[in-house]
Design a protein around this ligand. Structure first.
Ligand SMILES: [Zn+2]
Length: 314
C-alpha cells in the first residue's frame, strides 16, 4: 500500500469511537520504535514531521526513512503529516514533497485571516489529494518554535467560531484548544479537558474530525527514570491517559504524541549511561531507547483505541 491521506482513517475513527495516533519522527530509531509497535498492534498510523525535524534531519532523509516504513508494512495504512506548518509556502512545499496531509497553523492570526490562509492551503492541497488540518484557538505550552499561551483554561475554542471556521475554510480536520498544552511542563495542577466544548463542537459538526495537540501524558515512569539517573525534570505533568481515552471516544480522531516519545528515549539513554558509564557504542543506548519507544507506543495505541484497526482503515 502506498501512503494514504487521513480521510478513511478519520471516517472509521469517528464512526467507531477511537483516535489515530500521530507520532513525530526525527530520526531512524524513533521511527522504528513507532512502526514496530504499530505493526505488532495492527493500527493505522500518522507520522508527523515538524519544521524543527526538517531542519534537524533534512526532509530527504526523513522521507527516505518513511518510504522504507511504507514499503515494509503493506498492511498498515500510513499517512504523513506536516505538523504546525507556519504559512502557505511551507505547506505547499510538503504537498509537493509527497506528504498526504498538512497542518496550517495560522491560529495566531485574527480569525478572518486564519480562515483565508487555511482556505488557500485547502485550494492547493485538495486537487492533489492532500488533506488539511487547521487550528483554532491558541494552544498552550511550548513546542519547538511554536509558543502557546500560558493559561490554557482561558483559551478554550469557541463552538460558534469552530463551525464558521470549518464551513468557510474547507479544512478536513481541526485542532481545537480544549485544555491541553504542548511540552513536558504543561500544567501546575492536573488539567481538566473541556469535554463540554468537545461535545458541543462534535454535535454541531457531525462526522467532522477534531484533533488534539499537546496530549502526551508525560508518563511518570519515564520522568522518574530521568530524575533518578541525573536528570532534572521536577513538576513535569501531562494530560491523564483516561482523559485522552475519553476524548478519543468522542470527536477527537487524531491525537498528537511527541513529548512521550522524547521522554521514553531520554529516560532509557540516561539509564544506560548511569548503569554502564563505559558504554560508548551508540547502538547500545539508542537500541534500548528504541525499545522503550516501542513499548510506550504499543501502550498508547490501546489508550487511543486504534490497536487492531488497521484493516478497517484501508
Ligand atoms: Zn502541536
Amino acid at each position: 500500500m502506498a501512503l494514504v491521506n487521513t480521510k478513511k482513517m478519520f471516517e472509521m475513527a469517528y464512526k467507531n469511537g477511537y483516535a489515530i495516533g500521530a507520532f513525530n519522527v526525527n530520526n531512524m530509531e524513533i521511527t522504528q520504535g513507532i512502526i514496530n509497535a504499530v505493526a505488532e498492534e495492527k493500527a493505522p498510523l500518522i507520522l508527523q514531521v515538524s519544521r524543527g525535524a526538517r531542519k534537524y534531519a533534512k526532509i530527504s532523509y526523513l522521507n527516505a526513512i518513511i518510504n522504507v516504513v511504507v514499503k515494509e508494512n503493506p498492511d498498515i495504512p500510513i499517512a504523513t503529516n506536516l505538523d504546525h506548518g507556519d504559512n502557505f509556502e511551507t505547506c505547499k512545499q510538503f504537498v509537493d514533497d509527497g506528504f498526504t496531509s498538512v497542518m496550517i497553523d495560522a491560529s495566531h492570526l485574527p480569525f478572518e485571516e486564519n480562515i483565508a490562509v487555511t482556505k488557500k492551503v485547502v485550494e492547493y492541497a485538495h486537487p492533489r489529494d492532500v488533506v488539511v488540518e487547521a487550528e483554532l484557538g491558541q494552544l498552550g505550552g511550548i513546542e519547538e518554535d511554536v509558543v502557546g499561551i500560558d493559561d490554557v483554561s482561558k483559551h478554550i475554542a469557541n463552538p460558534d467560531e469552530a463551525v464558521e471556521f470549518v464551513e468557510k475554510s474547507g479544512c478536513d480536520s481541526l485542532a481545537i484548544a480544549c485544555g491541553t498544552s504542548h511540552g513536558a511542563f504543561k500544567f501546575k495542577s492536573e488539567p481538566k479537558l473541556a469535554f463540554d466544548v468537545i461535545q458541543e463542537i462534535g454535535n454541531r459538526l457531525p462526522g467532522f474530525p477534531l484533533v488534539m495537540h499537546g496530549s502526551s501524558s508525560v508518563l511518570k515512569e519515564f520522568v522518574d527514570l530521568i530524575n533518578k539517573y541525573g536528570g532534572d525534570m521536577p513538576n513535569a505533568m501531562g494530560v491523564p491517559e483516561d482523559a485522552v481515552s475519553k476524548a478519543s471516544k468522542m470527536a477527537m480522531c487524531k491525537v498528537n504524541i511527541d513529548t512521550d516519545l522524547r521522554l521514553a528515549l531520554t529516560a532509557k539513554i540516561r539509564q544506560v549511561f548511569a548503569e554502564k558509564p563505559g558504554e560508548f557504542d551508540p547502538r547500545h543506548y539508542l537500541g534500548p531507547g528504541r525499545e522503550a519507544i516501542y513499548e510506550m507506543v504499543k501502550h498508547k495505541l490501546h489508550v487511543l483505541g486504534c490497536a487492531g484497526k488497521a484493516a478497517e482503515c484501508v
